[in-house]
Write a protein that binds this ligand. Structure first.
Ligand code: TYM
Length: 353
């Protein structure tokens, strides 16, 4: 990570290399710019992005078309997208190894989205869990973009013919839909143009990082204090963790943990040492646990874990020239890949070339 910062500040003139060759799989993923990144985004997605860029041909973008479903203001749109880019870089994404771009810099995606929408059906789109959640959360803004969210996501992935998509557990159904749309297109036009991409997490189950308020998932819109952001100040982290929901403690040895306690242990497993986790597990099993001590340990471990991000986010965020250069470079490379796919798609559909 340190090495990367050096590159961004001193070697932006090297951003001229062609697409990396001899990499095994095509990887693609993105994150919506709806706020700062939290530990759920990191462990579910970003951590794998960083690892995969050394092994595969990777396309990572900021999903700023998708963010329009919640109507950001023009003032916010670019700054939010830029902030996610900064956080990608701060986590270790390297524009020499990966193609890093803004989704809105690749309008080819929208043309593919239109083609895929012609074979996406109301019934299947209405059954998508994330759509049903949004209908409940924002009944006054059930727009067509929300309904067709999975076809835009499929277009993001298929435009590069990606086969692996590093995402958290909550995106699994969207990946299933992507395979459905790809398969449908292939059989409709008697082609094998699109591969069938898989959600990916290094041979393990997809990750779901829980929130601090006893809710299932850490998320940007799950309520105040639910998420720890990569750039939270230490004092904020301490406050959020000390406020996390607990219960009155176990009364029988080996008692099953209620959800909010299991959540704290899950967070601890993500950022603390195995020894610390074992110690508090034993304390819980023998009914001696003091949640205050456990939270203090967790807070200090979170602060230590997020420390390098905070420093780099501040430094990288101040360098507009390098950021613009990285965006331009990513746009060019993404365009090269997308243009190729779109030419094939148009040909298969029957348009004039
Ligand atoms: P978004 O922006 O909601 O989340 C970005 C990534 O973070 C993961 N994530 C989590 N993983 C584990 N635990 C959590 N609590 C948690 N919260 C979020 C998400 O699974 C995701 O991987 N639709 C996508 C963005 C997108 C996309 C794509 C992704 C648009 N096009 C194409 C992959 C490929 C979304 O809204 O993610």
């Amino acid at each position: 990570m340190q090495r990367y910062f050096f590159f961004v500040t001193l070697h932006t003139e090297r951003l001229t290399s062609p697409l990396p060759i001899m990499k095994r799989e095509i990887v693609c993923s993105g994150i919506r710019p709806t706020g700062n990144l939290h530990l759920g985004n990191y462990f579910g997605a970003l951590r794998n992005f960083v690892k995969m860029q050394d092994e595969h041909e990777c396309f990572f973008f900021v999903a700023d078309y998708h963010s329009l479903t919640t109507h950001p203001t023009p003032d916010n749109l670019y700054n939010n997208a830029r902030q996610i880019l900064v956080q990608y870089l701060a986590a270790g994404l390297d524009p020499e190894k990966s193609t890093i771009y803004l989704q809105s810099d690749l309008p080819e995606t929208v043309e593919l989205y239109l083609f895929l929408n012609m074979n996406a059906y109301l019934g299947e789109l209405e059954r998508v869990t994330s759509f049903k959640d949004k209908v409940r959360q924002q009944p006054g803004n059930v727009n067509a973009g929300l309904l067709t969210y999975p076809t835009l996501m499929a277009a993001d992935i298929l435009i590069h013919k990606a086969t692996r998509v590093p995402v958290g557990k909550d995106q699994e159904q969207h990946l299933e839909m992507t395979r459905t749309f790809a398969q449908r297109f292939n059989s409709m036009y008697h082609t094998e143009l699109f591969p069938l991409p898989q959600a990916y997490n290094y041979g393990h189950d997809l990750v779901k990082i829980p929130g601090l308020n006893g809710s299932g998932k850490m998320g940007k819109s799950e309520g105040e204090g639910n998420a720890i952001f990569l750039n939270d100040d230490p004092s904020v982290i301490r406050k959020k963790i000390m406020k996390a929901k607990t219960d009155s403690g176990p009364v029988e040895p080996g008692q099953a943990k209620p959800v909010e306690i299991e959540n704290l242990f899950a967070l601890m497993r993500a950022v603390s040492s195995a020894d610390a986790v074992r110690y508090f597990e034993e304390q819980y099993d023998s009914c001696q646990i003091r949640y205050g001590d456990m939270k203090k340990q967790l807070a200090e471990d979170m602060i230590r874990f997020t420390e390098p991000f905070r420093a780099r986010i501040a430094e990288l965020g101040a360098d507009e020239v390098s950021l613009r250069r990285i965006m331009d470079h990513g746009k060019e490379r993404a365009h090269e890949s997308a243009r190729h796919t779109l030419d094939e798609v148009r040909h298969v559909i029957g348009y004039r070339q």
